[in-house]
Design a protein around this ligand. Structure first.
Ligand code: GLP
Length: 235
């Protein structure tokens, strides 16, 4: 793991931006994209830049089951709002939360992952160590699947889901194996609330209890932290 600690999330996001720019310069075109708070500055830097994504493809990690692109709580909506409205891509892919035929949706997404092998997979980390929506206990061999959100995850989403009559309990997510298949992984984690998960990911044993710990076994993972997220690290 290549661990880089920055004074603040602006500097860490700038580094993520540089890595994506270098990848584009090298003609890398398939980017696994993420959602959440962590990449917001990074997306701002992308959309304010002159980077050209018209030949590139974006393949998102996950989507809430039951939420469509018109729903402002969906990750479709998030990606439009933060990136796709401003930057044209060749193709963009996100699991379809409105496809209630699980086998069909999972097969569709696995085919996309096979057709567009990711050069870079962007990742965040949940406070419980989840990546994508691979919650603690998930098999390291998992591929795209429907996952039940952990109680802690639902807890952290309480504000986000305000106004929804029935907050989602499930999500489609790339699996851990799908994530590990990417050539390079760039993980962003900011803030003191992430410090324990970050320590467990980097210095703890590789265990299903901390899904992100599997990244220790990936040959090309870059972890970009602000100082607060790094504060429990020993070295
Ligand atoms: C969410 C998403 C992850 C995300 C993580 C951290 O539940 N499924 O893909 O990386 O939790 O989110 P945030 O950056 O908002 O802390």
């Amino acid at each position: 793991m290549n661990i880089q600690i920055f004074a603040n999330k602006e500097e860490a996001s700038q580094q993520a931006f540089i890595l994506i720019k270098e990848a584009l310069d090298q003609n890398k075109l398939n980017f696994g994209m993420m959602t959440g708070e962590s990449p917001k500055l990074f997306y701002q830097m992308l959309r304010e830049s002159d980077l050209d994504f018209t030949q590139a493809n974006s393949i998102n990690l996950d989507e809430f089951y039951g939420l469509g692109e018109e729903d402002e709580h969906s990750y479709h909506y998030y990606m439009e709002k933060h990136l796709f409205k401003f930057k044209q891509f060749n193709q963009t892919f996100i699991p379809n939360g409105k496809n209630y035929n699980l086998i069909d949706e999972i097969d569709r997404y696995e085919q996309i992952l096979a057709d567009y092998p990711r050069d870079i997979q962007m990742l965040g980390i949940g406070v419980n160590g989840h990546i994508g929506f691979n919650e603690p206990g998930e098999s390291f061999n998992s591929t795209t699947h429907l996952t039940r959100l952990a109680e802690t995850t639902i807890g952290t989403y309480q504000n986000y889901f305000k106004g929804l009559e029935r907050p989602p309990e499930y999500a489609y997510s790339m699996g851990i194996k799908s994530i590990m298949d990417a050539d390079q992984i760039i993980l962003l984690a900011f803030g003191a609330h992430k410090a324990k998960a970050v320590r467990d990911m980097i210095e703890g044993p590789v265990t299903r209890k901390v899904p992100a710990s599997i990244l220790q076994n990936h040959p090309n993972t870059v972890i970009l932290l602000d100082r607060e997220a790094s504060r429990l690290l020993n070295s």
